[in-house]
Write a protein that binds this ligand. Structure first.
Ligand code: ATP
Ligand code: NCN
Length: 214
């Protein structure tokens, strides 16, 4: 249910496009459920997943190659006709800022589209530290999804620009998936089957570096 909705855009004149940004290292069912639930709540026509190129707030952490994260995102979303994947952040040089992501997507989709940027509760709590945060809210409506272990609250966001949505709780994180692979534990059913196979095939996450997440 939409627990706290603050003036989400109304009317159905325009197409509604969800944008789900993430490092997706690897993509897991928490990401997919968040996108699916928000798409349902807001009657989105499509959700485009945007793997980050170089996430500047994870600069002190080891992040897998963009092409691996991009391909895993394609594999995980391929069976859903309303999901797609964009290379805009992968292909743009330099650190990844959501303001650039949204500007590029808005320019590509034109003026008859409403953008909904989807985040989990943890990312939403950090949003005031993002680049050009005030302009972000002029380009997209932001949707914060609940996430186990994180309190979903409004950290002082502009009125009418953010909705908080309660989704089925999946206590899954990419960092835990990486650690499980490194220690030989299964990740079946935490991630789509094709992602288990891709990780095995490419030998990803066999070693978690000391600089890695967690
Ligand atoms: N289980 C989950 N439930 C709801 N939202 C999630 C969940 N996991 C990730 N998200 C959201 O998806 C977006 C992308 O997350 P990200 O790719 O960093 O995954 P992560 O699991 O948080 O990774 P890591 O553990 O490496 O930090 C963020 O907005 C994050 O809040
Ligand atoms: O624009 C920023 O300054 C910014 C700072 C941190 C994170 N983001 C975006 O937030 C989304 C989730 O990021 P992450 O690191 O939790 O995977 C992803 O699309 C990032 O590009 C954006």
């Amino acid at each position: 249910m939409v627990r706290c909705m603050m003036n989400a855009p109304t009317g159905r004149g325009k197409r509604r496009l969800g944008v789900m940004g993430g490092t997706f290292d690897p993509i897991h069912h928490g990401h997919l459920v968040a996108a699916s639930e928000v798409a349902h709540h807001f009657d989105l026509d499509e959700v485009v997943f945007v793997p980050t190129g170089r996430p500047w707030q994870k600069a002190d952490k080891t992040v897998s190659a963009p092409e691996d994260r991009y391909l895993m995102t394609v594999i995980a979303t391929a069976s859903n006709p309303r999901f797609s994947v964009s290379r805009v952040d992968i292909d743009r040089p330099g650190p990844t800022f959501t303001i650039d992501t949204l500007r590029e997507i808005a320019a590509a989709w034109g003026s008859d589209v409403e953008l909904y940027f989807i985040t989990g509760a943890d990312a939403l709590a950090q949003i005031l530290s993002w680049r050009d945060v005030e302009e972000l809210f002029t380009i997209a409506h932001f949707v914060g999804a609940t996430r186990p272990g994180h309190i979903l609250h409004d950290p002082g966001l502009p009125k009418g620009k953010v909705s908080l949505v309660e989704i089925p709780a999946l206590s899954i994180s990419s960092s835990e998936c990486r650690e499980r692979v490194a220690s030989g534990q299964p990740i079946w059913y935490l991630v789509p089957d094709g992602i288990v196979q891709y990780i095995n095939k490419r030998g990803l996450y066999r070693y978690v570096s000391p600089r890695s997440d967690r």
